[in-house]
Design a protein around this ligand. Structure first.
Ligand SMILES: [Fe+2]
Length: 437
C-alpha cells in the first residue's frame, strides 16, 4: 500500500530519528532482529516514515450516522539489510508521544491490527483530498483555462495540450456536487467537508505554487525515495519514472521542432501571455514557473509541458484506477473511523469493536458504488492523439517514436510484474490521455 497502492506518495526516508516517535532499539529489534539497529538503519538510509500528523486537530465530520474520526498516526518502516522491500516496524496512532499513546509493533495482535487500520483511514483521506483531487484534478485546471484563453487553436502547444485536458473541466464541475455540503465526499471522508476542502486546496497549492519542484524526479528526491539501492522495491516510482522519461522525450522533440532557439520561446507572445495568465492573481495563481515566473528557455518549457502531460495522464491514472481494486473493500481502506482513538487502542479490542469502528453498511455500499464508477471509465489512451491530429510529418514521426516507447514500457512493466507484487496502474495501455473521471 505504501509503494504500490492508491497513494504511493507519502512515505519519506528519515534523515534523522524523529523525537515524536521515540522507539527504542529494543522495540526495533523485536521486529527487525538483533543484527540491526536504529542507528545503522538510519545511517544506511533504510528507515522510512509515513507521517499523517497534518490531520492532528482536523475538524471531524459527523454526517449522518454519527460522529466520524480522522487520525494522525506516524508509521515507521524499514528495509532490512540486504533486502529489497519495506517492512512495517511500528505505529504510533497520534503524533504526540506519551503513556496514553503507545507505540505498537506487529507482535501486538489485535492492537497492531487496529493501528494499521488507523493508518489506512489517514492514508485514504490523504489519497482522496490531496493526491487525487488536489494534485491531479485541481492541479490541472488553471492550465486548461489559460490554454483556451491564450492560445489560438492552431498554435502547436494548443494542439499538444488540449488532448490532455479533454473532459477535465466537465468532471471537475461534476465533482462540485460530490464536494457539496452533505454530498458524497462529506458522507464518506473522515473530516468535515470544509476541512477536506482545505486539505485538497492546500495540497493543490503546494504543487501549483512550487511548479519547479513538483516535477516527479524532484518530488521523489525531496522525499528521499529516489535512490533505488536504498529502497529497491517501489513499483510506483520505477514505473512512473519510465513514463516521465518517455513523455519528457516526446515533449522535447515536439517543442524543439517548433522552437528552434530560446529566442523563439521569448518571441512567442501567445506562450508569454499564457505564462502571464498562469501566474496572475486573477488567473491561475501559480508560482515558481521557469525562472522568476518567466519561460525564456526551451528546457523550461519542456519541463513544464512534461509536468502537465504526465500529471493529466499517468499520475491521475495511478491514483484514480487503483480506487476500485484497492479501496472499495471498506475494511482495507476505510474512508473514516467511527470510534474515537481513545477507545480503539485499549487492551481487549474485539472484532465487534472493529465492526463499530468501520463505516456502516449503507456508507460502505455508497463507497463501493462511487469507487467502482471512478475506476471503470477508461476514455482515450496515452499517446493516442488520433490519426489526423498532428499533420506535420516530422511530428508524426516523433509521435510514432513515443508510441513505440510506450509499447516498450508496457512490456517492461509486464516483465517487472513477474518478479514483484504486480502493479498494473501505470501500464501505458491503462492510462488515458486526460483527467476525465
Ligand atoms: Fe479522478
Amino acid at each position: 500500500m505504501r509503494v504500490a497502492g492508491p497513494n504511493p506518495l507519502t512515505i519519506e526516508r528519515m534523515r534523522t530519528l524523529d523525537e515524536r516517535l521515540p522507539i527504542t532499539d529494543k522495540q526495533y529489534q523485536l521486529v527487525m532482529g538483533t543484527q540491526d539497529t536504529l542507528k545503522a538503519a538510519l545511517a544506511d538510509g533504510r528507515l522510512y516514515l509515513a507521517d499523517y500528523s497534518a490531520f492532528e486537530g482536523a475538524v471531524n465530520g459527523s454526517f449522518p450516522a454519527g460522529q466520524k474520526f480522522n487520525y494522525a498516526p506516524l508509521a515507521l518502516f524499514a528495509v532490512p539489510p540486504g533486502r529489497r522491500s519495506l517492512v512495517p516496524v511500528a505505529i504510533q496512532c497520534a503524533p504526540k508521544p506519551g503513556a496514553d499513546n503507545p507505540i505498537f509493533l506487529p507482535r501486538d495482535g489485535d492492537r497492531w491490527f487496529i493501528a494499521k487500520s488507523i493508518v489506512q483511514v489517514a492514508d485514504t483521506n490523504v489519497h482522496q483530498a490531496a493526491s487525487h483531487l488536489g494534485r491531479t484534478h485541481l492541479f490541472i485546471e488553471p492550465f486548461v483555462i489559460a490554454t483556451h484563453n491564450q492560445f489560438s487553436p492552431k498554435h502547436p502547444l494548443f494542439l499538444l495540450l488540449t488532448p490532455h485536458f479533454e473532459g477535465t473541466l466537465a468532471i471537475n464541475e461534476g465533482a462540485l456536487d460530490l464536494l457539496a455540503s452533505r454530498g458524497l465526499v462529506d458522507l464518506l471522508l473522515a473530516s468535515s467537508i470544509d476541512q477536506s476542502r482545505v486539505f485538497a486546496v492546500k495540497a493543490a497549492q503546494d504543487y501549483q505554487q512550487n511548479l519547479n519542484t513538483s516535477m516527479l524526479p524532484q518530488t521523489l528526491a525531496q522525499r528521499g525515495v529516489d535512490d533505488t539501492s536504498r529502497l529497491p522495491d517501489y513499483p510506483y516510482r520505477d514505473d512512473a519514472l519510465l513514463l516521465w522519461g518517455a513523455i519528457n522525450q516526446w515533449v522535447e522533440n515536439y517543442v524543439n521542432h517548433y522552437y528552434t532557439s530560446d529566442a523563439v520561446v521569448q518571441a512567442d507572445t501567445e506562450l508569454q501571455n499564457w505564462v502571464t495568465e498562469l501566474v496572475a492573481h486573477d488567473g491561475g495563481r501559480l508560482n515558481n514557473i521557469g525562472k522568476e515566473n518567466r519561460i525564456s528557455q526551451r528546457t523550461e518549457l519542456v519541463d513544464l509541458i512534461t509536468l502537465i502531460c504526465f500529471t493529466a495522464s499517468a499520475q491521475h491514472a495511478a491514483v484514480n484506477f487503483s480506487q476500485a481494486p484497492l479501496m472499495s473493500y471498506v475494511p482495507a481502506a476505510p474512508p473514516a473511523g467511527y470510534s474515537p482513538l481513545s477507545t480503539l487502542t485499549q487492551e481487549g479490542f474485539s472484532e465487534n469493536d472493529f465492526l463499530k469502528f468501520l463505516p456502516p453498511l449503507d456508507i460502505a455500499k455508497a463507497l463501493l458504488d462511487i469507487l467502482y464508477l471512478l475506476s471503470s471509465v477508461y476514455y482515450t489512451r496515452l499517446g493516442d492523439y488520433g490519426d489526423d491530429h498532428f499533420t506535420d510529418p516530422i511530428i508524426q514521426n516523433h509521435l510514432a517514436n513515443f508510441q513505440r516507447e510506450l509499447l516498450k514500457i508496457e512490456n517492461e512493466i509486464n516483465e517487472r510484474n513477474k518478479t514483484r507484487t504486480p502493479y498494473e496502474f501505470l501500464l501505458p495501455s491503462k492510462i488515458p490521455q486526460s483527467i476525465n473521471i
